[in-house]
Design a protein around this ligand. Structure first.
Ligand SMILES: [Zn+2]
Length: 381
């Protein structure tokens, strides 16, 4: 084998070794650069109108997943109600390694068989009875992304979409009162009742959008629900400090989704608040709908009737003094889908507060509302 050939082979080998070495070195440099990058602390200066959600969103974060990280690392520069200091420098949180799994459940959609009593009996006003038909082969599995429910218990709301608006939130706690010297606020209790309603709807295979949501509060079973200011407006927007803007932004969030879901025939809005009157006044849950909305009126009336029936059944001697009427409220006027609005009671009245402080009562309110939604959906099939 000639010397020349060996020489050429050697130089080719050395050249490729050099190339490989350069490549390796550049990889190492790049890797350390990336980790240096991720290790470098990113900061941002708070501008006029900035809030935590706005800053996180503008810097490419899924705001609701990083809200509390931001609060934690900047806690000495966060003012009351989670407000930022204008011109102050804030540290942006480190990105989470792995995004959490989506809350998805797989359901076997078992077909149903519906039986209707024969026509000439007194019973024909009774709606058909539907039972699961376990004889036929199960239909294809369906993946459902759930906001709060863990299981699917039925299909009574399958194909329906609900936009749930818990009153106030963020910088606005709504009405406040004191229990054993501790301040409680309307928005926390309205949110808990709304989340329980969301669970009930999802358990019946309905689709829920929480228009006002909270990054870390799930369904709470306590009596005193801790006040915080981290609620946000769908899909992760700061709740404005301005009253009218606050209402307009949540109505617009609904309307955007309404158009995005326009192939879905049945879409409804439910807004939940807690009233504030003088402490001597007892207020049973009452309902509003928007002037001219026949479907909103029908929904609100169904809610009123379910409450009336439930009180007659469970507390026959108590009576029920709720009401249902039209009211010109900005959100239910501005949203496109038919809407119903509930005031759950008077936060300042001790007996009414029982309806709010006891988690079982909050659950009962949600169940009754859900009952009315099922009736309304069925009537609109
Ligand atoms: Zn309110």
């Amino acid at each position: 084998m000639s010397r020349l050939f060996v020489g050429v082979r050697l130089s080719v080998f050395l050249h490729s070794m050099k190339m490989r070495l350069i490549f390796l070195l550049s990889c190492i440099c790049f890797a350390s650069l990336v980790s240096a990058q991720s290790d470098t602390v990113r900061t941002v200066v708070a501008k006029q109108g900035d809030g935590i959600y706005k800053i996180l969103r503008e810097n490419g974060y899924e705001a609701k997943d990083y809200y509390h990280d931001f609060l934690e690392i900047n806690k000495d520069k966060i003012q009351q109600e989670d407000q930022l200091i204008l011109g102050e420098t804030y540290i942006l949180p480190r990105k989470h390694e792995i995004a959490g799994p989506e809350h998805v459940v797989v359901i076997d959609t078992v077909p149903q068989v519906c039986v209707k009593p024969d026509s000439d009996s007194l019973l024909d006003s009774i709606p058909p009875v539907c039972i699961l038909d376990t004889t036929s082969s199960p239909m294809p599995q369906v993946k459902m992304e759930l906001r709060i429910a863990d299981t699917i218990k039925g299909t009574a709301l399958k194909g329906a979409i609900f936009y749930l608006i818990a009153g106030h939130g963020g910088p606005d706690p709504g009405a406040t009162s004191y229990v054993d010297g501790v301040m409680i606020s309307e928005d926390e209790y309205a949110y808990d009742i709304t989340l329980r309603l969301a669970r009930c709807i999802e358990e019946q295979s309905g689709k829920v959008y929480m228009i006002i949501d909270d990054p870390d509060d799930g369904i709470r079973s306590g009596k005193i629900l801790k006040i915080d200011y981290d609620e946000y407006c769908y899909p992760g927007v700061e709740i404005s400090r301005d009253h009218t803007t606050r209402l307009v932004e949540r109505a617009e969030a609904v309307n955007k989704l309404y158009y995005a879901n326009k192939t879905t025939k049945y879409q409804r809005v439910v807004e939940i608040h807690i009233d504030s009157r003088n402490s001597a006044t007892r207020v049973d849950a009452f309902f509003y709908y928007c002037h001219g909305s026949t479907k909103g009126k029908a929904l609100a009336e169904r809610m009123y009737n379910v409450f009336r029936q439930k009180y007659a059944k469970f507390q026959p001697n108590r009576g029920y003094f709720g009401s249902v009427e039209e009211r010109n409220l900005l959100v239910i006027r501005k949203v496109i889908p038919p809407a119903a609005f509930m005031e759950a009671g008077n936060i300042n009245n001790e007996r009414d507060r029982k309806r709010l402080l006891d988690p079982n009562n909050r659950q009962a309110l949600a169940n009754w509302l859900c009952e009315a939604l099922k009736q309304d959906y069925k009537a609109n099939q």
